[in-house]
Design a protein around this ligand. Structure first.
Ligand SMILES: C[S@@+](CC[C@H](N)C(=O)[O-])C[C@H]1O[C@@H](n2cnc3c(N)ncnc32)[C@H](O)[C@@H]1O
Length: 463
């Protein structure tokens, strides 16, 4: 194969693995990257491309993302969009969420975090009270940018468009820079994610109030950009809003979105759900049937879940306790048990897990919860039995694999540790956000995968 053919293949692979498109003028730069990466891996260009084309090899994909992405960003970039957010969009979403009192915002291609923190500052300021839950998730493929975002400390240049009063209220000096205050940082989480990959949990329907995806679509192939816009549209709550970069137009008739125009900027709205049809004709009056009292209203369960995702465990437990009925539905009882365990009330959590298992002995989450309660005491072997059952009952459940691997390593059983941790790394990619929030012990997907990999390395073998 000639150098030109290698380069063409590299370009195609970057389109399939990362969703990127490159102009012909970028080819010399791509050629340098191909040569540098192949050399760094001790391979010739052909062997390197074969390996890249075989799939997986996530560390290499991350390194390429670090080398080739354009990461320019700053706080309050394109201020008119943030003014539309503060003046038009958030008041409307706050009215729509009055019962649940929770706002979820997403920054896709969040780079070093400035956009996600700007969203958090504006949403926190707009929220009617401190009891409102604001959560912002930032997604990016470039791990170096995610590390910077997690550090939350920025130069004056990053704050060049930040109003003085915002700078004084939400930042403090650190190491010659400006650190975002903890009360904003705790609203924001970041996650490594490549928009060319599917992730059903991230793009669950009706999830987000507001999505910002600015200055990313222009780097993507038309197919990747279209797929991403479809996912974002579906994941917006009815009445939710999408903001794109100035050069990323969807035209005047985008599928499932209505263009909006105010504050000198364009953005999009998913139309609100049609109002329910008029009241149904009155049914003949009947005495209420005897039976269990109603489960807590869905709004309470949603709120508890939102608090759990925001890692406000004590508040979540208070609310779960207040909302608990005599005959709670299974998801509410499970949440309650998880929160008891997180609060260190292991005896109560164990009772709750056993209650769940009395109802359904094949409940994988309940077995896992019971094992968590038992693991710290004398009954480690019994805990292992319940972790095994949880993993057996739901082969896609990553968390029992993580625990089984860590326990095996602690006991010096490296073979079992390797098997379980290897499986855990694979399954963690698809683990649901709810299960991560319930059983991840405060660690997210990336941190847990990293932990598993470190333990695998410590067992003396690399994946
Ligand atoms: C120019 S920055 C935009 C930052 C911010 N949204 C803004 O407008 O200020 C583009 C970001 O998209 C990220 N990116 C590029 N390709 C990506 C991909 N396939 N998946 C996820 N993020 C990607 C880059 O790492 C970079 O941080």
């Amino acid at each position: 194969m000639t150098g030109g053919e290698h380069l063409a293949r590299f370009r195609t692979l970057l389109a399939t693995r990362m969703g990127w498109t490159f102009a012909d003028a970028d080819l010399p730069h791509l050629g340098q990257e191909l040569a540098a990466r192949a050399a760094a891996r001790g391979l010739d260009a052909g062997a390197y491309l074969d390996r890249l084309g075989a799939g997986g090899w996530r560390e290499e994909i991350s390194t390429i993302a670090e080398d080739l992405t354009i990461t320019e960003t700053y706080f309050f970039r394109h201020g008119e969009q943030f003014r539309a957010l503060a003046d038009t969009v958030l008041p409307e979403r706050i009215a729509a969420r009055a019962e649940r009192r929770a706002l979820r915002l997403l920054s896709v291609g969040s780079s070093s975090g400035e956009e996600a923190y700007t969203l958090a500052i504006i949403a926190r300021t707009a929220a009617p009270g401190p009891d409102w839950i604001v959560s912002v998730l930032g997604l990016d493929a470039n791990p170096a940018m995610l590390r910077k975002a997690a550090g939350a400390c920025y130069s004056g240049w990053s704050l060049r468009e930040t109003p003085d009063e915002v700078r004084q209220r939400w930042f403090r000096p650190r190491d010659g820079g400006h650190e975002v205050l903890p009360e904003i940082r705790e609203l924001v989480r970041f996650r490594q994610y490549n928009v060319a990959d599917e992730d059903a949990a991230l793009w669950r329907p009706d999830l987000y109030d507001v999505i910002f995806c600015r200055n990313l679509l222009m780097y993507l192939t038309p197919a990747t950009a279209a797929a991403l816009v479809r996912r974002m549209t579906r994941a917006l709550a009815p009445g939710g809003y999408l903001f794109l970069g100035h050069t990323d137009s969807l035209g005047s008739r985008p599928d499932g979105l209505e263009p909006q125009h105010d504050h000198g900027t364009f953005y999009y709205r998913r139309p609100p759900a049609a109002p329910a049809a008029g009241p149904a004709p009155a049914a003949p009056r009947r005495d209420p049937a005897p039976g269990p009292p109603a489960a807590p209203p869905a709004a309470a369960a949603d709120r508890i879940r939102a608090l759990l995702h925001a890692e406000r465990f004590a508040d979540a437990l208070d609310l779960a306790e207040a909302a608990l009925t005599d005959h709670p539905a299974r998801p509410d009882l499970l949440l309650y048990g998880v929160l008891l365990a997180q609060a260190g009330r292991l005896d109560d959590a164990e009772i709750t897990a056993r209650r769940l298992l009395d109802r359904d002995g094949l409940d994988a989450d309940a077995h896992h919860l019971l094992a968590v309660c038992l693991e710290g005491g004398a009954a480690v072997d019994v805990a292992i039995g319940h972790y095994r059952l949880a993993a057996y009952l739901d082969p896609a459940f990553a968390m029992p694999r993580v625990r089984l691997g860590l326990l095996a390593r602690r006991r010096g059983d490296h073979r079992t540790a390797l098997t379980e941790l290897d499986r855990a790394v694979d399954l963690l990619r698809g683990e649901s956000d709810d299960r991560l929030a319930m059983f991840g012990g405060g660690f997210g997907r990336i941190a847990l995968s990293h932990l598993c990999r470190t333990e695998i390395d410590a067992c003396g073998s690399r994946r």
